[in-house]
Design a protein around this ligand. Structure first.
Ligand code: CAA
Length: 257
Protein backbone atom coordinates (compact mmCIF):
# COMPACT_ATOMS: atom_id res chain seq x y z
CA UNK A 1 0.00 0.00 0.00
CA UNK A 2 1.22 3.52 -0.75
CA UNK A 3 1.17 5.74 2.29
CA UNK A 4 0.79 9.52 2.19
CA UNK A 5 1.00 10.47 5.86
CA UNK A 6 3.48 7.95 7.22
CA UNK A 7 6.64 6.22 6.03
CA UNK A 8 6.99 2.51 6.66
CA UNK A 9 10.22 0.53 6.51
CA UNK A 10 11.55 -2.83 7.58
CA UNK A 11 15.00 -2.79 9.16
CA UNK A 12 15.79 -6.46 9.62
CA UNK A 13 13.32 -7.76 12.20
CA UNK A 14 12.21 -4.25 13.21
CA UNK A 15 9.34 -2.29 11.67
CA UNK A 16 9.90 1.46 11.55
CA UNK A 17 6.90 3.79 11.20
CA UNK A 18 7.65 7.48 10.76
CA UNK A 19 4.76 9.94 11.04
CA UNK A 20 5.12 12.22 8.05
CA UNK A 21 2.90 15.28 7.73
CA UNK A 22 5.71 17.84 8.08
CA UNK A 23 3.61 20.88 7.16
CA UNK A 24 1.19 20.13 9.98
CA UNK A 25 3.79 19.00 12.57
CA UNK A 26 2.43 15.47 12.13
CA UNK A 27 -1.04 16.45 13.36
CA UNK A 28 -3.04 13.25 13.55
CA UNK A 29 -5.90 13.31 11.05
CA UNK A 30 -8.17 10.38 10.22
CA UNK A 31 -6.18 9.47 7.08
CA UNK A 32 -2.94 9.23 9.08
CA UNK A 33 -4.53 7.09 11.78
CA UNK A 34 -6.05 4.76 9.14
CA UNK A 35 -2.61 4.36 7.52
CA UNK A 36 -0.95 3.75 10.88
CA UNK A 37 -3.53 1.06 11.71
CA UNK A 38 -2.96 -0.61 8.33
CA UNK A 39 0.83 -0.59 8.79
CA UNK A 40 0.53 -2.03 12.30
CA UNK A 41 -1.87 -4.75 11.14
CA UNK A 42 0.68 -5.76 8.49
CA UNK A 43 3.52 -5.84 11.02
CA UNK A 44 1.31 -7.82 13.41
CA UNK A 45 0.79 -10.48 10.77
CA UNK A 46 4.41 -10.51 9.61
CA UNK A 47 6.31 -13.28 11.39
CA UNK A 48 9.62 -11.69 10.45
CA UNK A 49 8.86 -8.55 12.47
CA UNK A 50 9.56 -8.82 16.20
CA UNK A 51 9.28 -5.19 17.33
CA UNK A 52 8.13 -1.80 15.99
CA UNK A 53 9.49 1.72 16.45
CA UNK A 54 7.07 4.63 16.03
CA UNK A 55 8.65 8.03 15.51
CA UNK A 56 8.09 11.47 13.98
CA UNK A 57 10.42 14.26 12.94
CA UNK A 58 13.05 16.12 14.96
CA UNK A 59 10.60 19.00 15.38
CA UNK A 60 7.48 17.02 16.20
CA UNK A 61 6.51 13.50 17.11
CA UNK A 62 2.94 14.76 16.68
CA UNK A 63 1.35 18.10 17.65
CA UNK A 64 -1.96 16.45 18.50
CA UNK A 65 -5.20 15.55 16.82
CA UNK A 66 -5.72 17.59 13.66
CA UNK A 67 -7.51 20.64 15.02
CA UNK A 68 -8.50 21.83 11.54
CA UNK A 69 -10.22 18.52 10.76
CA UNK A 70 -11.81 18.34 14.20
CA UNK A 71 -12.99 21.94 14.56
CA UNK A 72 -16.31 21.45 12.70
CA UNK A 73 -17.20 18.11 14.26
CA UNK A 74 -20.65 18.02 15.90
CA UNK A 75 -21.48 16.04 19.02
CA UNK A 76 -23.72 13.71 17.00
CA UNK A 77 -20.96 12.98 14.45
CA UNK A 78 -18.41 12.44 17.20
CA UNK A 79 -20.75 10.11 19.05
CA UNK A 80 -22.03 8.18 16.03
CA UNK A 81 -18.56 7.58 14.56
CA UNK A 82 -17.09 6.92 18.01
CA UNK A 83 -14.46 9.53 17.13
CA UNK A 84 -10.90 8.65 18.30
CA UNK A 85 -11.74 5.04 19.24
CA UNK A 86 -9.94 3.79 16.11
CA UNK A 87 -6.70 5.22 17.59
CA UNK A 88 -6.84 2.56 20.30
CA UNK A 89 -5.53 -0.04 17.87
CA UNK A 90 -2.01 1.03 18.85
CA UNK A 91 -2.68 0.02 22.45
CA UNK A 92 -3.99 -3.37 21.26
CA UNK A 93 -0.89 -4.11 19.14
CA UNK A 94 0.44 -7.37 20.57
CA UNK A 95 4.12 -7.10 19.63
CA UNK A 96 6.31 -4.55 21.42
CA UNK A 97 6.10 -1.00 20.08
CA UNK A 98 8.52 1.72 21.15
CA UNK A 99 7.76 5.44 20.79
CA UNK A 100 10.87 7.45 19.82
CA UNK A 101 9.80 11.01 20.59
CA UNK A 102 11.64 14.14 19.47
CA UNK A 103 10.13 17.62 19.56
CA UNK A 104 6.46 18.17 20.33
CA UNK A 105 4.30 15.34 21.62
CA UNK A 106 1.15 17.27 22.41
CA UNK A 107 -2.46 16.28 22.99
CA UNK A 108 -3.13 13.24 20.83
CA UNK A 109 0.62 13.07 20.09
CA UNK A 110 1.41 12.58 23.77
CA UNK A 111 -1.49 10.13 24.01
CA UNK A 112 -0.24 8.14 21.02
CA UNK A 113 3.24 7.92 22.56
CA UNK A 114 1.72 6.72 25.84
CA UNK A 115 -0.18 3.95 24.01
CA UNK A 116 3.19 2.49 23.03
CA UNK A 117 5.03 0.15 25.41
CA UNK A 118 7.68 2.65 26.40
CA UNK A 119 8.94 6.04 25.33
CA UNK A 120 12.51 6.94 24.44
CA UNK A 121 12.76 10.74 24.34
CA UNK A 122 15.16 13.09 22.58
CA UNK A 123 16.60 15.89 24.69
CA UNK A 124 14.39 18.37 22.77
CA UNK A 125 11.14 16.48 23.46
CA UNK A 126 8.20 18.37 24.94
CA UNK A 127 5.13 16.62 26.26
CA UNK A 128 1.79 18.21 27.02
CA UNK A 129 -1.98 17.92 27.07
CA UNK A 130 -3.00 21.40 25.85
CA UNK A 131 -6.61 20.46 24.96
CA UNK A 132 -7.94 22.75 27.70
CA UNK A 133 -6.69 25.73 25.67
CA UNK A 134 -8.95 24.58 22.79
CA UNK A 135 -12.04 24.28 24.97
CA UNK A 136 -11.88 20.49 25.29
CA UNK A 137 -10.04 17.85 27.31
CA UNK A 138 -7.81 14.91 26.32
CA UNK A 139 -9.83 12.39 24.29
CA UNK A 140 -7.38 9.62 23.45
CA UNK A 141 -6.64 8.42 26.96
CA UNK A 142 -4.48 11.30 28.21
CA UNK A 143 -6.33 11.95 31.45
CA UNK A 144 -6.02 8.25 32.32
CA UNK A 145 -2.60 7.19 31.01
CA UNK A 146 -0.74 10.38 32.00
CA UNK A 147 -2.11 10.04 35.52
CA UNK A 148 -0.88 6.46 35.73
CA UNK A 149 2.56 7.47 34.42
CA UNK A 150 3.27 10.64 36.42
CA UNK A 151 0.71 10.61 39.26
CA UNK A 152 -2.31 12.76 39.96
CA UNK A 153 -0.70 16.05 40.90
CA UNK A 154 1.44 16.49 37.79
CA UNK A 155 -1.18 15.02 35.43
CA UNK A 156 -3.87 17.26 36.88
CA UNK A 157 -1.67 20.34 36.56
CA UNK A 158 -0.77 19.51 32.96
CA UNK A 159 -4.36 18.76 31.91
CA UNK A 160 -5.79 21.81 33.70
CA UNK A 161 -3.17 24.33 32.53
CA UNK A 162 -1.77 22.88 29.28
CA UNK A 163 1.78 23.30 30.62
CA UNK A 164 4.41 21.37 28.66
CA UNK A 165 6.99 19.09 30.28
CA UNK A 166 10.54 18.98 28.91
CA UNK A 167 12.49 15.74 28.45
CA UNK A 168 14.33 15.96 31.79
CA UNK A 169 11.08 16.42 33.72
CA UNK A 170 9.45 13.63 31.71
CA UNK A 171 12.27 11.24 32.64
CA UNK A 172 12.20 12.35 36.29
CA UNK A 173 8.45 11.76 36.41
CA UNK A 174 8.51 8.28 34.86
CA UNK A 175 6.83 9.27 31.60
CA UNK A 176 9.84 8.24 29.50
CA UNK A 177 12.34 5.47 30.08
CA UNK A 178 15.42 7.34 28.82
CA UNK A 179 16.55 10.66 27.29
CA UNK A 180 18.97 10.65 24.34
CA UNK A 181 20.64 13.29 22.18
CA UNK A 182 18.21 14.08 19.38
CA UNK A 183 20.55 12.90 16.62
CA UNK A 184 20.96 9.49 18.31
CA UNK A 185 17.29 8.87 19.13
CA UNK A 186 16.09 6.77 16.21
CA UNK A 187 19.31 4.72 15.90
CA UNK A 188 19.19 3.87 19.59
CA UNK A 189 15.45 3.03 19.40
CA UNK A 190 16.22 0.70 16.47
CA UNK A 191 19.04 -0.93 18.47
CA UNK A 192 16.74 -1.51 21.44
CA UNK A 193 14.03 -2.87 19.13
CA UNK A 194 16.52 -5.25 17.48
CA UNK A 195 17.54 -6.55 20.88
CA UNK A 196 13.90 -7.26 21.76
CA UNK A 197 13.26 -8.85 18.36
CA UNK A 198 16.16 -11.23 18.97
CA UNK A 199 14.43 -12.85 21.95
CA UNK A 200 11.69 -15.48 21.71
CA UNK A 201 8.63 -13.72 20.27
CA UNK A 202 5.93 -15.59 22.23
CA UNK A 203 7.88 -14.99 25.46
CA UNK A 204 8.27 -11.29 24.60
CA UNK A 205 4.54 -11.02 23.84
CA UNK A 206 3.55 -12.77 27.09
CA UNK A 207 5.90 -10.48 29.03
CA UNK A 208 4.27 -7.41 27.45
CA UNK A 209 0.81 -8.78 28.23
CA UNK A 210 1.79 -9.41 31.83
CA UNK A 211 3.27 -5.94 32.44
CA UNK A 212 0.16 -4.36 30.88
CA UNK A 213 -2.02 -6.45 33.18
CA UNK A 214 -0.62 -4.40 36.08
CA UNK A 215 -2.72 -1.48 34.85
CA UNK A 216 -5.91 -3.46 34.51
CA UNK A 217 -6.27 -5.54 37.65
CA UNK A 218 -5.52 -5.96 41.35
CA UNK A 219 -2.04 -6.95 42.59
CA UNK A 220 -3.21 -10.44 43.64
CA UNK A 221 -4.89 -11.14 40.28
CA UNK A 222 -1.95 -9.64 38.39
CA UNK A 223 0.53 -11.85 40.23
CA UNK A 224 -1.69 -14.88 39.63
CA UNK A 225 -1.82 -14.02 35.91
CA UNK A 226 1.97 -13.62 35.82
CA UNK A 227 2.48 -16.97 37.60
CA UNK A 228 0.26 -18.84 35.11
CA UNK A 229 2.04 -17.20 32.17
CA UNK A 230 5.39 -18.11 33.73
CA UNK A 231 4.28 -21.75 34.17
CA UNK A 232 3.12 -21.93 30.55
CA UNK A 233 6.57 -20.86 29.34
CA UNK A 234 7.92 -24.25 30.43
CA UNK A 235 5.90 -25.73 27.55
CA UNK A 236 8.00 -23.82 25.00
CA UNK A 237 11.14 -24.99 23.25
CA UNK A 238 12.61 -21.52 23.74
CA UNK A 239 12.56 -21.92 27.54
CA UNK A 240 14.48 -25.17 27.13
CA UNK A 241 16.90 -23.56 24.69
CA UNK A 242 17.41 -20.43 26.85
CA UNK A 243 18.17 -22.36 30.03
CA UNK A 244 20.20 -25.10 28.32
CA UNK A 245 22.32 -22.44 26.58
CA UNK A 246 22.97 -20.76 29.95
CA UNK A 247 24.07 -24.06 31.50
CA UNK A 248 26.26 -24.85 28.48
CA UNK A 249 27.76 -21.33 28.54
CA UNK A 250 26.73 -20.46 24.96
CA UNK A 251 24.38 -17.95 23.32
CA UNK A 252 20.78 -19.19 22.95
CA UNK A 253 19.35 -19.83 19.50
CA UNK A 254 15.66 -19.10 20.00
CA UNK A 255 13.47 -20.87 17.44
CA UNK A 256 10.33 -18.78 17.78
CA UNK A 257 11.74 -15.42 16.83
N1 CAA B 1 -3.70 20.36 14.14
C1 CAA B 1 -3.66 20.88 12.90
N2 CAA B 1 -2.62 21.62 12.47
C2 CAA B 1 -1.60 21.82 13.31
C3 CAA B 1 -1.58 21.31 14.62
C4 CAA B 1 -2.71 20.52 15.02
N3 CAA B 1 -2.77 19.94 16.23
N4 CAA B 1 -0.44 21.68 15.23
C5 CAA B 1 0.25 22.41 14.34
N5 CAA B 1 -0.46 22.51 13.18
C6 CAA B 1 -0.08 23.23 11.96
C7 CAA B 1 -0.25 24.74 12.14
O1 CAA B 1 -1.60 25.11 11.94
C8 CAA B 1 0.69 25.26 11.09
O2 CAA B 1 0.05 25.13 9.82
P1 CAA B 1 -0.05 26.44 8.84
O3 CAA B 1 1.38 26.74 8.50
O4 CAA B 1 -0.86 25.94 7.70
O5 CAA B 1 -0.68 27.51 9.64
C9 CAA B 1 1.82 24.24 11.08
O6 CAA B 1 1.30 23.07 11.70
C10 CAA B 1 3.03 24.69 11.91
O7 CAA B 1 2.57 25.05 13.20
P2 CAA B 1 2.92 26.43 13.93
O8 CAA B 1 3.12 27.51 12.91
O9 CAA B 1 1.91 26.68 14.99
O10 CAA B 1 4.34 26.03 14.54
P3 CAA B 1 5.03 26.66 15.85
O11 CAA B 1 6.41 26.09 15.86
O12 CAA B 1 4.85 28.12 15.90
O13 CAA B 1 4.20 26.04 17.10
C11 CAA B 1 3.10 24.28 18.37
C12 CAA B 1 4.24 24.67 17.38
C13 CAA B 1 3.35 24.92 19.73
C14 CAA B 1 3.13 22.77 18.49
C15 CAA B 1 1.76 24.78 17.80
O14 CAA B 1 1.64 24.36 16.44
C16 CAA B 1 0.56 24.26 18.54
O15 CAA B 1 0.25 24.74 19.60
N6 CAA B 1 -0.17 23.27 17.95
C17 CAA B 1 -1.40 22.74 18.50
C18 CAA B 1 -1.11 21.85 19.69
C19 CAA B 1 -2.40 21.34 20.29
O16 CAA B 1 -3.23 22.10 20.75
N7 CAA B 1 -2.59 20.02 20.29
C20 CAA B 1 -3.76 19.38 20.84
C21 CAA B 1 -4.76 19.10 19.75
S1 CAA B 1 -6.32 18.51 20.41
C22 CAA B 1 -6.11 16.86 20.69
O17 CAA B 1 -5.06 16.31 20.45
C23 CAA B 1 -7.32 16.14 21.23
C24 CAA B 1 -7.07 14.76 21.73
O18 CAA B 1 -6.88 14.53 22.89
C25 CAA B 1 -7.05 13.63 20.81
Amino acid sequence: MGYENIQVEKRGRVGLVTLHRPKALNALNSALIAELNTALAQFEGDDKIGCVVLTGSEKAFAAGADVKEMSTLSFVEAYKTDFITSWDQVSRFRKPIIAAVAGYALGGGCELAMMCDFILAADNARFGQPEITLGVMPGAGGSQRLTRFVGKSKAMEMCLTGRMMDAAEAERSGLVSRVLPVDELVDEALRVAEKIADFSMPIVMMTKESVNRAYETTLAEGVRFERRMFHSMFATEDQQEGMTAFVEKRAPQFKNR
